[in-house]
Design a binder for this molecule. Sequence first.
Ligand SMILES: Nc1ncnc2c1ncn2[C@@H]1O[C@H](COP(=O)(O)OP(=O)(O)OP(=O)(O)O)[C@@H](O)[C@H]1O
Length: 576
Amino acid sequence: MRRVTREARPFLRARTGPMGRLSAWSLLEFGQTLIGGYAVAQALDRGFLDGAPAVGLLWLAVAALAVLPAALATRGVFAGLADLVEPLRDGLVRRAVTRGLGEALDGGPADSRSVSRVTHQSEIARDGWGGLVLSLRSFVFTAVGALAGMAVLSPRLLLVVLPPLLAGIALFAVTLAPMAVHQRAYLDADEAFAAHTGTTAGALTDIAAAGGSPQVRERAARLTDDQTRAARSLARWAAARIVALGLCGALPPILLLLTAPWLLDHGLTTGGLLGAFTYLTQSLAPAVHALLTVLGTAGGRLVVVLDRFTRPLSLPSPPAAHPRHGHALPEAPLTAELRSVSFAYGPAARPVVDGLDLGLRPGERLAVVGPSGSGKSTLAALLAGVLPPTRGEVRWLGRPAASPDGPEPTALRTLLPQQAYIFTATLRDNLRYLRPGATDREITDALAELGADRLAERVGGLDAPVGPARLSQGERQLLALVRAHLTTVPLLVLDEATSHLDPAAEARAEDALARRPRTLVVIAHRLASARRADRVLLMDGAATEYGTPDELLARSARYRDLAGHWAPDHRIPQPR
Ligand SMILES: Nc1ncnc2c1ncn2[C@@H]1O[C@H](COP(=O)(O)OP(=O)(O)OP(=O)(O)O)[C@@H](O)[C@H]1O
């Protein structure tokens, strides 16, 4: 909200001319309101109640004629409105296009939000802004006209009318900021739910096959709860607005009737009473109603949409901007972070991961080693957000992994399990599974980088049909690695995903994966993987250790012990 206000100021300052012209036209509306009530009062006092119906009719004619310049004003107001509204739309479209192009050039994930901003959201902003200017301007000039008219008829009228009017406006003003916040929360929750169902609906079979249904269900339930909570808060504040509307629009005429005897005793004429009633019911109440309605609907949407346009990017610069090895730039957020994370497979079970803190920097390569059953796969699932921690928090790019308003997990991480998933379709479709937009050129390059080009040739090229039954376990793993290589996610977790490759193929694949700007986590089953890594996490229950390969060799007897059992290309021993 504050960001929107900050950005709105220079826009408004640059448009004092159009605003001045609008105000000048609006003065005619002020005149019509002022004359309307006053003429009704005079028609009664000097005409019909004074035995001079002709004079009464003449005053009514004056009231009718006052409508004509106001009609002229409406024409002028609409012409002037374009000078205020169109530049806003143009500016927003320009900003959305620039931002969309920037995101695309930065290699961010394909994003329909850019298109929505250029088309739908900029139109919402234009309509909302136009409606707001029209009704706010009309309210101000009508209210001032009506109050001035009543002051002329009897200043005591203001004592009756002003308190409920001001109380209603104050109550309404109080609701503005929370309404905007709740409206945004509602829209965010709505979008998060739509994005989640959009992503999962097309992959239900795969999710069920991979046993991911509980996680998908749990996330959907969480997102629905968020939506319900946001809708309830919004409804509570909408109720406060109805009270404000009543205070401003309905209470003043009632108070006028209740205090009529007192007002008439203190110099208000019968015509003056009717004139005041005319001001309140014919001018002020409709203007208040229009303003509050526009502010409550289009105004809320406007703030939310403008907030979208001014919001910083949800994804930071791609990891390409950061060094692949060594230390990251200080301001770069960690790609993934575990904060005091614990996990147990049941309430009474011994924790597999216990209070683990771990930060993964952009471009870093981490190897996780440890004896069988020490929790390496559990850690991989926690890092990938597939298992929710029992305690503690998992964060991606500085935000909670479970955050419903963050990007979809699939845009942030890929987890490759040991069992490679290959389905019956062409090689191309299999390789583009995680990034449907990948071009043939990108696929061919990725195949070559990972040393899978000969395999592709052997199966008959990208158009050839492949399926799990026609490939060895190693070949399936290699294709799954190429598929992961084609993604642009910042975090790639390999859970023994190279276990069926020979050592040379594994080294080539891991090095190729690490050359791309991403954080690579390898659940290692050969010492060579740990040697190639920037840092190593040795999982062994309470004796978990962490450091560079050389540091661990120097200081950890367990790591030396483990390494001692390993010839570089041998698999990790399975003591149990
Ligand atoms: N779904 C599950 N339910 C209950 N216990 C589980 C489950 N999955 C794993 N465990 C237990 O959690 C512990 C850690 O298992 P995990 O698979 O994470 O270890 P790991 O280090 O990856 O083992 P490996 O190297 O053999 O793959 C083990 O004791 C295992 O028996």
